[in-house]
Write a protein of this length. Structure first.
Length: 293
């Protein structure tokens, strides 16, 4: 927190001088005890304001906090708006801008919002939001058990995209192929890794979000295989990453299906994997003849 001391003091001062700013809360690594901030951590601030547009569209309030070089707007996963700023000394601050009306929704929910469940620190509070949230009960995050339909959809989605990616490789669309194998398909793989972790450790086992700290909560044998699943920007390497991702996904999915007592979608796997393996030799042959493609 010391690296952000000056910025925090300026935010507190902004709260005193700006009537629109009703509350400012530090969340994330700078406010939690579990996996606390280090020298590379950013600063996450929730700002509850009367007029969001004046904070989203204007830079005047930011100039009161410090000299900045980069500013852009991003939508949050819960439908909010976030301004991401890079200040002097590469200090990055994410400001989640919430209208004051959202306060009622937070309090009326009856439980601590997930975004605040790992802890928060009050910087500005003109409306008693900090005390109101502290009085809300903590409800542990429980990973939902997937229905058989949901599980099948994830598996079929994955195997469909193995064929799709192989076709892109055969056409020489390397950017598109890499975006699928190292992005879209990896999110499907991550979903399976999370499912596996909860099946082995219980529905309240902490898998964080978005793959954060995966190396700590995922099974060691899974983590050990991930290095083969990502590729360089080169056709043959993408092919090998695709094949490795297929092998790992299959192993996890079969084990998950057994634990869930669902039949594994064998036909989807057999057909898609067979097609990819058949055409993998053609892709390798193209690489031999045209090494620069």
């Amino acid at each position: 927190m010391d690296r952000y001391k000056n910025i925090i003091q300026k935010i507190i001062l902004l709260g005193k001088n700006n009537d629109d700013l009703q509350a400012a809360l530090v969340i994330g690594s700078q406010a939690r005890d579990d996996h606390p901030a280090d020298d590379n951590s950013d600063l996450d601030i929730i700002m509850i304001v009367d007029h969001p547009d004046s904070f989203i569209q204007s830079d005047e309030w930011l100039k009161q906090i410090g000299n900045f070089y980069i500013s852009f707007i991003e939508n949050t996963i819960d439908g909010g708006v976030e301004r991401r700023i890079l200040f002097d000394h590469a200090l990055d601050v994410d400001f989640v801008i919430l209208p004051k009306d959202n306060l009622n929704n937070i309090v009326e929910s009856g439980v601590t919002p997930h975004i605040l469940s790992r802890g928060f620190r009050v910087l500005v509070d003109k409306i008693g939001i900090g005390q109101s949230i502290k009085q809300l009960p903590q409800v542990p995050q429980v990973f939902p058990v997937l229905s058989e339909t949901e599980f099948n959809n994830i598996v079929h989605d994955f195997w469909y995209h193995t064929v799709w990616t192989a076709k892109k490789l055969m056409r020489g669309e390397l950017w598109t192929a890499k975006a699928c194998v190292d992005n879209y398909m990896k999110w499907k793989l991550l979903t399976l890794i999370e499912i596996h972790a909860h099946l082995k450790n219980g529905p309240d086992y902490d898998t964080w979000h978005g793959g954060r700290f995966l190396e700590e909560w995922a099974a060691d044998w899974i983590v050990g295989k991930l290095s083969d699943c990502f590729s360089r920007y080169e056709k043959n390497d993408m092919l090998e990453a695709l094949l490795a991702t297929m092998d790992l996904f299959r192993t996890i999915a079969i084990e998950a299906a057994e634990d869930l007592h669902y039949p594994y979608p064998e036909m989807a796997d057999t057909y898609a994997a067979g097609w990819v393996l058949e055409h993998a030799e053609k892709i390798r042959g193209e690489i031999t003849r045209n090494p620069n493609k």
